[in-house]
Write a protein that binds this ligand. Structure first.
Ligand SMILES: [Ca+2]
Ligand SMILES: [Ca+2]
Ligand SMILES: [Ca+2]
Length: 596
């Protein structure tokens, strides 16, 4: 039910994209199959690796819940000690709380453990109650002191946008419309108050007291990417044209003003008219511009934007990754020379998530390869194996810890990174039969319900069987998180009388781990002499009587009403045609002319 509803909701805007993404996907299938054949298996998660990462994510989530949660005022503290036992900063970071919620939501998506969903719901409710300005004029304040006393200094667009994400995700999983309403209100607030009506695109920061724009700059991460990401996600629910237009402005802004053609990367920030005010490169900033572009591309299939995205991906992958020691640099000069070479928890926690997200849109194997490379480096160097969780900052080679406290958004990001893996998973959930007694030579409809619980649109074959005999195969395509019921028409001409067990099988898709649910056995069909509607192997007065009892639609209407088993010729009626079949096959004496 829920799957069906979300398809309807997303369907309007996503249909075109599905077609394009499906074609990309088919290409990648060919590529994956080829690579699989030559056994370059190291590029893909094995099942064991998946399980290890889920364990890491669950461990981290539990630690965050146990030691960072503020049981007095709600939400999560900004920072705790290396061993998690001492709260070292009791402030409340709005963004950190949204990141933790995203981590819990991601973990729920992977495990379906409703505990994580409840934890995320709690954060969303707390942020709404403690930080949203109930007049609707000022948006979300950043939390500040432990008791959520408001920081009225500045309110970034990124904070507002992050809330839209987590509220929409919680709504998607719970169907509780309150969360949708909150996301909706926030998005309208953003569009009303952060848009630059003169030059286009979105401003960075508003003043929490006066409500005026306090920083008119436009930043890749804070205003442009974060907005387009949230706005396009909301657009998928609403088809709101303003969200689409403003997102496009942001995407164009990133390309037109922040692209550095000399060093081939997206710089960080411009002023309101597009003059670059921060020319440095940061992996966790540049990636957010691309996240916005990717979400825009996902819903528009704009091929120009696709090429802009690839330019930025190449920059992050070729230049921001440390080819000597691995890991992501913190900051580069505009000529790509290294400015800060230490490795931080947040850059390194966000990149694996980012690259998996990229791969989910592009289906490009090299993007998945980058995700796994960065996830492995993070696990091997930033992961605190003694106390669990991530360190805040390390030396370039990843061997020495510089800052060892545990911080809210790094750990939200850690959970996201470790829980985030995209899977292929199809299954058959049901078979329903149009009838269980079929006169030989007549049709039976076999309805098979197939579900795609994975993260990709899948195209595959489904086969139907009577006992071990293959009846038919059909090729179908199902979007991610959707179900489809397909019908096989079995013509029983030439089938021996007797019982047939009906089953269906969905051929596994590449990299599908759970294939045990791809086969479903769904009932028995008895093939009988036509007219033997009660299946007692004799065609006689009892069959004729049963037919009249089910006479449909009449008049006169049979007292036992329509039953497909008595509608031998499958025309939706039980009438004189059935009785003439009974006469033709009458067992006798006297035998009917067609009695076998
Ligand atoms: Ca399966
Ligand atoms: Ca009979
Ligand atoms: Ca009929």
């Amino acid at each position: 039910m829920k799957n069906q509803r979300s398809i309807e909701r997303n369907g309007l805007c996503s249909r075109l994209v599905t077609i394009v993404i499906t074609s990309l996907f088919l290409l990648s299938l060919i590529l994956e199959a080829h690579i699989g054949n030559v056994k370059i298996g190291g590029y893909f998660f094995s099942l064991e690796e998946d399980e290890i990462y889920t364990v890491y994510a669950e461990e981290t989530a539990q630690l965050v819940y146990n030691y960072m949660r503020d049981t007095t005022y709600g939400g999560y503290f900004q920072e705790v000690s290396e061993d998690w036992t001492v709260v070292t900063n009791t402030r409340k970071g709005f963004l950190g709380n949204t990141f933790i919620a995203r981590g819990f939501l991601q973990l729920y998506e992977r495990t379906k453990n409703v505990t994580y969903l409840a934890w995320a719901e709690n954060i969303v409710s707390t942020l709404w109650k403690k930080c949203w300005d109930q007049t609707g004029q000022l948006g979300f304040f950043d939390g500040y002191f432990q008791n959520w006393t408001r920081n009225t200094n500045s309110q970034t667009l990124q904070e507002q946008a992050e809330f839209v994400h987590i509220a929409l995700d919680v709504y998607n999983y719970t169907s509780n419309s309150t969360y949708y309403r909150w996301a909706d209100q926030t998005m309208h607030f953003i569009m009303d108050y952060y848009h630059d009506h003169t030059n286009g695109a979105m401003y960075r920061t508003r003043n929490g007291v006066t409500g005026t724009i306090s920083n008119t700059n436009k930043q890749t991460e804070v205003s442009l990417g974060a907005f387009a990401w949230a706005a396009m996600k909301w657009y998928a629910y609403t088809c709101n044209q303003t969200a689409l237009t403003y997102s496009q402005e942001c995407v164009n802004w990133i390309r037109n003003h922040l692209w550095n053609a000399t060093s081939s990367g997206y710089m960080t920030e411009t002023n309101s008219v597009g003059l670059v005010t921060n020319k440095y490169y940061y992996p966790n900033v540049e990636m957010w511009g691309l996240v916005g572009m990717l979400e825009y591309y996902r819903h528009t299939s704009n091929s120009t934007v696709a090429s802009w995205i690839r330019d930025g991906l190449n920059h992050i992958n070729n230049t921001m990754w440390d080819r000597t020691y691995g890991g992501w640099y913190r900051k580069l000069n505009p000529d790509n020379s290294t400015l800060q070479d230490t490795k931080t928890g947040w850059d390194n926690a966000e990149q694996p998530w980012f690259w998996h997200y990229v791969y989910g849109v592009t289906n490009n194997i090299s993007d998945k390869n980058t995700a796994i490379r960065s996830l492995n480096w993070t696990r091997d160097h930033v992961w605190d194996s003694a106390h669990k969780g991530f360190w805040l900052e390390l030396t370039r080679d990843g061997t020495t810890v510089i800052f060892n406290t545990k911080n809210d958004w790094v750990h939200g990001g850690t959970v996201v990174a470790f829980a985030y893996r995209r899977i292929h998973e199809i299954s058959i959930n049901n078979i329903s039969l149009s009838k269980t007694i079929a006169g030989q030579g007549y049709n039976v409809h076999i309805n098979v319900t197939v579900t795609n619980d994975g993260d990709f649109t899948e195209t595959f074959n489904v086969a139907s069987y009577a006992n071990t005999t293959l009846l038919q195969e059909q090729e179908i395509m199902i979007p991610s998180k959707a179900s489809l019921t397909i019908t096989f028409v079995w013509n029983t001409t030439g089938c021996a009388y007797g019982n047939y067990t009906i089953s269906a099988h969905a051929y596994p898709v590449p990299y599908e781990a759970d294939t045990g649910n791809n086969t479903y056995t769904g009932g028995i069909i008895r093939v009988v002499t036509p007219g033997d509607v009660n299946a007692d192997r004799i065609v006689n007065i009892l069959d004729a009587g049963a037919i009249s009892a089910h006479w449909h639609p009449g008049p006169p209407h049979g007292p036992l009403d329509y039953d497909p088993n008595f509608d031998t010729n499958c025309d939706g009626k039980i009438n004189i045609l059935e009785t003439s079949i009974v006469s033709a096959y009458w067992t006798g004496p006297p035998k009917g002319p067609l009695d076998p």
